[in-house]
Design a protein around this ligand. Structure first.
Ligand code: NAP
Ligand code: F7E
Length: 346
């Protein structure tokens, strides 16, 4: 039985990847940050008590800011594959927390590389996937592929570029099997509620059911290549199954503006968004990434990977999920219960 270790397992991608690997028969280990409230909600459907004999998912407290702890997890789990998905992944927040973002995203990756270098140096074998991002391309004109020079536009993007080059350097210096996946935006009903797609579908669904009046949003003109997260975790896995380590762009090859996403989501909800949406400067970024459009021909050719879920289906899936959530919320509210909604600033 193969074993995988996932940092960032509680995030959107981590939860899809854990499901995908469990379905392939892997034993899955995940690094979970200690928090004052439970942060494992996305794992609820696959979590089993580790005392049960059939358990295949094991969680370990850790943080990529803590290299020693990660080394101990590595020694304990002894995985065949590591997926480094841990990140302060919000671009807007990275302008407010630049040093922290660099510590987690760039130096955090370096800590994992150092641990892997020593682990392999001691005679073990392991393959590493690094979660790179289209934010590394930033202002580089579209379409972007593996040959496009990086031009990051945020502390997050700069930190991902640093992590990317650390991985390339460790691959070349120590002959480690490391793949950089350069993934364009990918979404799902599990997307964090402060990313624009989910922020839109969640708000429009609540507006439709009379639970809120307005959606305040930022730049509607930015264009993104949006795919479905469930499709993208398969590409991560495929990279680590190849005979040689390499870097790959993963994207749909279709780009849409935030306004187009909003229009389509509103159409699925059956509401006139112009009556409910207002812009607020607080959601604009000091430097924006205007136009992302990925060219994933290398991944299609070499990995045999292709996206299955279309843009229209993705928007519909997210809207339907959030309409159901809003309906549950309304039922609870009508029964006199208070529903916790979070306190987002992003
Ligand atoms: P996400 O939902 O924000 O999840 C991030 C994960 O990282 C969470 O499990 C989070 O834990 C964990 N984490 C944050 N700081 C950590 C730390 N210091 N130590 C250990 N774990 C930490 O992000 P995602 O959308 O799943 O993305 C996964 C990875 O792909 C990230 O590296 C992201 O930057 C990258 N990426 C994402 C996209 C995209 O469109 N989704 C595209 C390209 C690249 P908590 O649950 O405790 O917060
Ligand atoms: O913004 C605009 C915003 O925060 C998309 C992360 O997963 O993908 C993600 O980063 C666009 C930007 O994602 C709001 O200005 C308008 O142009 O959903 P987002 P992102 O910044 O593209 C990449 C690939 C990653 O690697 C990251 O980890 O939408 N926008 N109004 C807004 N964005 C937000 N969040 N909130 C707004 O109100």
């Amino acid at each position: 039985m193969k074993k995988a270790l996932i940092s960032g397992i509680t995030g959107q991608d981590g939860s899809f990847l854990a499901e995908f690997l469990l379905a392939k028969g892997y034993e899955v280990h995940g690094v979970v940050r200690r928090a004052s409230t439970f942060n494992t909600e996305r794992l609820d459907s696959i979590y089993a008590d580790p005392h049960e004999k059939s358990a295949k998912l094991f969680l370990h407290y850790g943080d990529v800011a803590d290299g020693g702890g990660f080394r101990r997890i590595l020694e304990k789990a002894r995985p065949d594959e590591i997926y480094n998905l841990a990140a302060q992944s919000h671009v807007r927040v990275s302008f407010d927390q630049a040093e922290y973002t660099a510590d987690v995203v760039a130096t955090g990756t370096l800590r994992i590389l150092e641990a892997v270098r020593d682990y392999v140096g001691a005679g073990n074998t392991v393959r590493l996937y690094q979660a790179g991002s289209s934010e590394m391309f930033g202002a580089a004109p579209p379409p972007q592929n593996e040959a496009t020079p990086f031009y990051p536009r945020s502390p997050y993007g700069v930190s991902k570029v640093a992590a990317h080059w650390y991985c390339v350097n460790y691959r070349e210096a120590y002959s480690l099997f490391i793949c950089n996946g350069i993934l364009f935006n990918h979404e799902s009903p599990r997307r964090g509620e402060t990313f624009v797609t989910r922020k839109i579908t969640r708000a429009l669904a609540r507006i439709k059911l009379g639970l809120q009046e307005k959606l305040y949003i930022g730049n509607l003109d930015a264009r993104r290549d949006w795919g479905y997260a469930g499709d993208y975790v398969e590409a991560m896995w495929l990279m680590l199954q190849q005979p040689a380590a390499d870097d790959y762009v993963v994207a749909t090859g279709e780009s849409h503006s935030v306004r187009e996403f909003l229009e389509l989501a509103a159409a699925h909800c059956g509401i006139d968004w112009t009556r409910h949406v207002e812009t607020d400067r607080r959601y604009f970024r000091p430097t924006e990434v205007d136009f992302l459009l990925g060219d994933a021909s290398k991944a299609r050719r070499q990995l045999g990977w292709e996206p299955r879920v279309s843009f229209d289906d993705l928007v519909r899936m997210m809207v339907e999920h959030d309409l159901e959530l809003a309906s549950q919320e309304r039922t609870l509210a009508e029964a006199g219960h208070t529903v916790h909604r979070g306190a987002s600033q992003a």
